[in-house]
Ligand binder design. Structure first.
Ligand code: NAD
Length: 434
């Protein structure tokens, strides 16, 4: 294993010595922040970019992209967070501290005391606290540009439609909704209101996932044959939680965590499935699985011939990983779908010894996935760009999850007509300019 942050080597030099191709070297060494420092944005020029002096540029910093250029607080876009549960309080609110274009300006909650406390902690004006009844009056609040919906899945539709009608852009948590019909209504509502809609597929903004995508597009593993992806956890016994109620969650492990595997095989290949088969099982008598499924396995065939094998469960010990098997090498992230601590490994034959395998552990600097996705949404609003993960990306996952359930229930293989082109449900890659 090689530590790519080893003091005596630059990242570029060490990557070269590990035998990774030059394209990989530039791909990883040039990984920069999702928002380029050089573009002017709404309301005037960006502040000039700070450059390191030679004394401040140790060799380990080579290729890091330099310090990020952030907008001053008064020019960042304001986010209203709807739903102050675990994800909002443990991940999203703290991530604003790492944002460069986004800031929290409003809260929407059914619990006024909690909202007041959070507003105090994050310097949010108490006049910008809403409840679920007066949410629509956010229309009149110029402090709010974007609404981030972090509610149980069945509530995403209502709060997207009301938010778009109030003239705000919408960032919505995954899964997008509980059905394809709801997804379509969300897309239509945002289109009608001429507002942007982005689904919070955080992994698609993570540097590790982006590095693997680049590797595959550059054919650095040869021809990709198989992708294996697993995402599951042993769900708690708290039977009151909304995740175990079909009406609120839409399903069990599949839409909650299995969606990461499905989405990953789509963005890694850039293709859309042509065949899906699946199996599903819930332990009889386990009260957690009265309404929602425990475990699902599914297989996908993509038009290029790539096969995907995925598993998801609310019953197995936490595992969150994928491995891509190519003709010349394999690459994996393990964990892949966690909020942090992602680890990338690439294995290929040694160029010098046919009996030896070069296994390279690639470490990349960690960035907050939530900060990256929120800054991407702000960047899209500022530059009037289509988000990389728009409503159509969420709708496609729901269409495929419906096929996975159907395949599991009927034992049949569900087929789809081939879709030509890559990344057809996605907007421009994060960081690209308009
Ligand atoms: P949570 O249960 O911790 O929070 C849900 C919030 O919604 C709570 O504040 C709750 O009070 C509020 N709420 C309002 N009406 C409710 C109702 N009728 N029933 C239950 N809660 C109600 O859930 P969470 O884990 O924060 O998940 C919220 C959303 O975020 C879900 O869509 C989930 O899939 C998504 N999520 C995404 C990630 C990710 O990594 N992107 C991780 C966790 C959750």
């Amino acid at each position: 294993m090689f530590d790519l942050f080893a003091k005596k080597f630059s990242r570029r030099k060490l990557l070269t010595t590990t035998g990774l191709g030059l394209a990989t070297v530039s791909g990883i060494a040039l990984e920069t922040d999702s928002v380029s420092a050089q573009q002017p944005i709404k309301g005037g020029e960006l502040p000039p970019q700070i450059k390191f002096s030679p004394d401040e540029s140790p060799i380990t910093e080579e290729g890091s992209g330099g310090p990020p250029t952030a907008l001053p607080p008064e020019r960042r876009l304001g986010f209203a967070i709807v739903g102050l549960g675990r994800l909002a309080l443990e991940e999203i609110m703290p991530a604003f501290g790492m944002c460069k274009l986004a800031k929290p300006t409003a809260l929407v909650s059914g619990d006024a005391a909690k909202a007041n406390q959070i507003a105090q902690q994050y310097g949010i004006n108490p006049k910008n606290i809403y409840n679920y009844q007066n949410y629509d009056t956010i229309l009149n609040n110029p402090d709010v540009d974007i609404i981030y919906i972090v509610l149980p899945n069945s509530m995403h539709l209502e709060y997207t439609v009301r938010g778009a009608k109030a003239g705000k852009h919408i960032l919505c948590e995954k899964p997008m909704a509980t059905s394809q019909a709801e997804c379509q209504q969300m897309i239509d509502a945002c289109k009608q209101a001429n507002r942007k809609l982005m689904i919070a597929y955080r992994c698609q903004y993570d540097p590790h996932h982006r590095a693997v995508i680049r590797m595959l597009r550059n054919k650095e593993l040869g021809t990709v044959k198989v992708i294996q992806a697993d995402n599951g956890q042993n769900q708690s016994n708290d039977l009151s939680q909304w995740r175990l109620k079909k009406a609120l969650a839409g399903g069990g492990c599949l839409p909650d965590v299995g969606i990461y595997c499905l989405n990953a095989t789509r963005y890694l290949t850039g293709e859309e499935p042509i065949e899906i088969s699946a199996r599903m099982f819930s332990t009889p008598g386990d009260p957690r699985f009265k309404e929602v499924e425990e475990s699902v396995t599914f297989q996908i065939r993509y038009p290029s011939g790539i096969l995907a094998i995925c598993s998801t469960s609310y019953g197995y010990h936490e595992a969150r990983r994928f491995r891509v098997f190519g003709s010349d090498a394999w690459a994996q992230l393990d964990p892949a779908f966690s909020y942090n601590g992602l680890r990338m490994t690439v294995s290929r034959k040694s160029p010098n010894n046919n009996m030896a395998e070069n296994v390279t552990d690639i470490r990349m600097s960690e960035k907050s996935q939530f900060a990256l996705e929120m800054d991407h949404m702000a960047d899209c609003v500022i530059h009037n760009k289509r988000p990389h993960t728009p409503g159509e990306e969420g709708l496609q996952d729901h269409r495929l999850m419906a096929a996975i359930y159907e395949a599991a229930q009927t034992g049949k293989t569900i087929t789809f007509p081939p879709v030509s082109g890559l990344d057809v449900t996605r907007g421009p890659a994060p960081g690209s300019r308009p």
